[in-house]
Structures are given as structure tokens and as C-alpha cells.
Design a protein around this ligand. Structure first.
Ligand code: ATP
Ligand code: MG
Length: 396
């Protein structure tokens, strides 16, 4: 991509109401733009980052054998009345169309359970798992953390259906391991912890994945040797590491990037989802659900990986592999730079080519802000040295 043709530019005039580091850096670099509180557009560079994150998540779900679907955002009231959650979910956007009550989906248990029910009748139909990567709506109070807490945001949600609890437990552990891989693949492996959290109505604990960041909303207590943490909300109940019993835990600020639950029978019972076992007896179906906020993850990466000059993308999610900065003025040298740009692409790299005629300092400052991990600089000076200058800005 030639940067002179990009629809966005870096900006200095971003909204002062957005104090969060992720919104500030992403808006200034032209990755996202705020429409209103908690609602953002993804611009070309930002949409590439989001697509890379979602692709890592998608490939990981496919590796688990889960099948991708897409459910509607616009939902009727009735299934929410069946589960008793119409009046319970306080962040739900409710709307009226004529005399019909509708909502914009804050989550999808009420859709996925009756959706899958007709296809599961016998023990031969189990286990099954479906997932989607989709836009969710939640009327969050005072969203001021940029992508970390949106009113419209993207989430991957996976739902699993099992013949018995033992099978659910095994699958749950497999998903947990895959989540650890996903955060590693997104460059947050070292600072993301499997965290014991409150279980809600369904089970004793749920589990979160929490990324350490100084401005995170959550507080966790980390057991470094075991690489697990306890959410502060259950630290009274669970005051030692569940793996090794140690009480030497370190308090940290963090961002919840994923949350996995055993739903057990709550939704399958509500929607009469049962199956016939090998002796033709009717059995209940325990379920699991596994959420991961893809837009929040993008914000969390920026919160965790930046310096005073700008973002520092891990190579796996950077909008381009290489940022090529050309400082040539004469047409024949500019032609050479263009050939180099084409050459690097032919080698299979994605290149953002800064061919703009702007001040040297501005070019470097913009590149620092954008945070593309490999930078190649070509100028009269590098030509005199018959070389190019290549800087690796973060580990690949
Ligand atoms: P939180 O505790 O942060 O309010 P939650 O526990 O309600 O989130 P879940 O319903 O478990 O979240 O959603 C799964 C994942 O979706 C979360 O782990 C998070 O990554 C993401 N997520 C939830 N709410 C938001 C939001 N308002 N904006 C962006 N991402 C979100
Ligand atoms: Mg949560």
C-alpha cells in the first residue's frame, strides 16, 4: 500500500474525552475513529489489525473442530422470557417495532440453544461445537476505555454441547489450552494469565484470561510459577493459588480478554434440549460457552505494547509486515524506491510504503506512532553506503 494513497492520515486533533491510551494512540494513528461513546469505526489500517486477530481466533477454533456459523444481532423477546433474562440483563438494548419487542444481541445463548436443538436427537449427534465472530451490543455505563469497553463491539463466542459432564470437562480443558495458544499467537502470551473468577449462577468458578496492563479495569492476584491468577472478586473465598497452594501472590492491574463458563443445564433445560442415549433413555445436555472479545483484544494489545512514541504491534497482528520509508526526492530515485517496494512484496511480505513528500521528522514520527514491526529506510545516505537501513522494532 502506498501511504500517499491511504484514506487516513495521522491526526493530532483527536477527542480529548477519550483518555485511554488505546483510543488515543489508535485514533491518532488513524486506525479507528470514534462515532459516539463506546462506538468506533475501523479504518483501513485498523480493520487489517482486527482481521488478523479474528483470523488467528478463527483458525484456532477450526483447529478445535468447532464449526463457524453467524447468528442474527436482531433478536425477538420470546426466548429471553423463557430463560428469565429479558428483565435481568441490564445492559440490553431493547427496541420496539410496531407492537413487537426486540433486542440487539448482547450474547447468544438464547439463540444458539434452540437453533441447535433440532439437530441433536441421539447420542450419535454429540458432542458438537459451534462458534461465531460477530458484533455484540451492550449499553455499558459510561464507556471511556476506548476499545476495551464498547457499546458495540466484536466477540468470538463458542458454544459446546455434550453427552455428559465428563465430556464437557475434557472439552473445557482443551478450549482453555487453545485460548493460551491464541494469546501467545497474538503476542500477549507472557502477560496473559488463566484466572479463577466468580462462577455466576451456573458453577463455582468461571475462568477468565487476563492481560496485565497498568490501566486495566480489573485486579488479579498472580501466582507467577504456576502462571495462574485469581480475580480480586473471589480472593476472600480463594486466598491461595489453586494449583500449588502458595499465598505469595502479586497484585496486578489487568484487562479481561476472554471468559469461559460451564453453563451446565441452564439453557438446555430452558429449551428442552435433550438426546436419547444408547438405551433409548432421555438425557440432558450440559453446555459450555467460551467468549473472547476481539476488539477488546486489539485495545489490550495497544495498552500492553506501546512506548512514548506509539504502538508496537506484534508481527502476527501488525497491519503490514514492513514499513518502507523512502526519503528520495529525484524522480529516478523515487522510481528505484518503487521497484524495491514491488520487489519486497513479490517476496511475500505486506508492505506499507511511505512515498509521501513530508518532512523527515514527520515521516519517522508517523512510523513510530503506527508501530509496524520492521522498518526499512532508504535515502541518499543509505544509497551512498550502497545499503538500506533495516530496523526491527519489536520481536516477531
Ligand atoms: P466484563 O466483565 O468486562 O464486563 P463480561 O464478563 O460481561 O465482561 P462476557 O459476557 O463474558 O463479558 O464476554 C466475553 C468477552 O467479551 C469478554 O471476556 C471481553 O473480552 C469481551 N467483552 C465483554 N464486554 C465487552 C465490551 N463492552 N466491549 C468490548 N469487549 C467486551
Ligand atoms: Mg467477565
Amino acid at each position: 500500500m502506498r501511504q500517499s494513497q491511504l484514506v487516513t492520515k495521522t491526526r493530532k486533533d483527536v477527542s480529548q474525552q477519550e483518555h485511554s491510551i488505546n483510543a488515543q494512540l489508535l485514533e491518532r494513528a488513524g486506525y479507528i475513529a470514534k462515532l459516539m461513546a463506546g462506538v468506533f469505526s475501523y479504518l483501513p489500517l485498523g480493520y487489517r489489525v482486527l482481521a488478523k486477530i479474528e483470523n488467528i481466533v478463527r483458525c484456532s477454533m477450526d483447529e478445535l473442530g468447532a464449526q463457524e456459523i453467524l447468528m442474527p444481532s436482531l433478536q425477538p423477546k420470546e426466548p429471553w422470557v423463557i430463560t428469565g433474562r429479558w428483565d435481568e440483563v441490564d445492559v440490553m438494548y431493547k427496541l420496539k417495532a410496531g407492537d413487537r419487542d426486540l433486542c440487539l444481541g448482547p450474547t447468544h445463548e438464547e439463540v444458539v440453544t434452540p437453533l441447535i436443538a433440532p439437530y441433536i436427537t441421539s447420542y450419535k449427534d454429540l458432542p458438537r461445537a459451534v462458534y461465531q465472530i460477530q458484533t455484540k451490543f451492550r449499553n455499558e455505563a459510561r464507556p471511556k476505555s476506548g476499545l476495551l469497553r464498547g457499546r458495540e463491539f466484536r466477540m468470538k463466542d463458542l458454544y459446546s454441547f455434550h453427552a455428559n459432564e465428563e465430556d464437557l470437562n475434557t472439552y473445557y480443558d482443551t478450549v482453555k489450552d487453545m485460548y493460551i495458544r491464541i494469546f501467545e499467537r497474538c503476542g500477549l502470551g507472557d502477560i496473559t494469565y488463566f484466572t479463577y473468577a466468580a462462577g455466576g449462577t451456573f458453577s463455582k468458578y468461571s475462568h477468565e484470561f487476563q492481560t496485565i496492563a497498568p490501566d486495566g479495569e480489573d485486579t488479579i492476584f498472580v501466582c507467577s510459577p504456576c502462571r495462574v491468577a485469581i480475580n480480586h472478586e473471589i480472593i476472600e473465598e480463594l486466598s491461595a493459588c489453586p494449583e500449588c497452594g502458595s499465598k505469595e501472590l502479586t497484585q496486578q492491574k489487568s484487562i479481561e480478554v476472554g471468559n469461559i463458563f460451564k453453563l451446565m443445564y441452564k439453557f438446555s433445560k430452558a429449551f428442552n434440549l435433550t438426546y436419547r442415549d444408547s438405551k433409548d433413555a432421555e438425557q440432558n445436555i450440559p453446555m459450555g460457552c467460551y467468549g473472547l472479545g476481539t476488539t477488546r483484544l486489539m485495545g489490550a494489545i495497544v495498552e500492553a505494547l506501546h512506548d512514548e512514541h506509539g504502538i508496537m504491534w506484534p508481527a502476527s497482528v501488525a497491519p503490514y509486515d514492513i514499513h518502507l520509508l523512502s526519503f528520495f526526492r529525484s524522480p529516478d530515485m523515487q522510481q528505484k524506491a518503487h521497484e524495491l517496494y514491488l520487489d519486497i512484496q513479490k517476496k511475500g511480505y505486506e508492505v506499507l510504503y511511505d512515498d509521501r513528500e513530508v518532512r523527515t521528522g514527520q515521516k519517522f514520527a508517523d512510523a513510530d506512532l503506527s508501530g509496524i514491526p520492521i522498518r526499512i529506510v532508504i535515502s541518499v545516505k543509505t544509497v551512498e553506503l550502497s545499503n538500506v537501513e533495516c530496523t526491527l522494532l519489536s520481536s516477531p
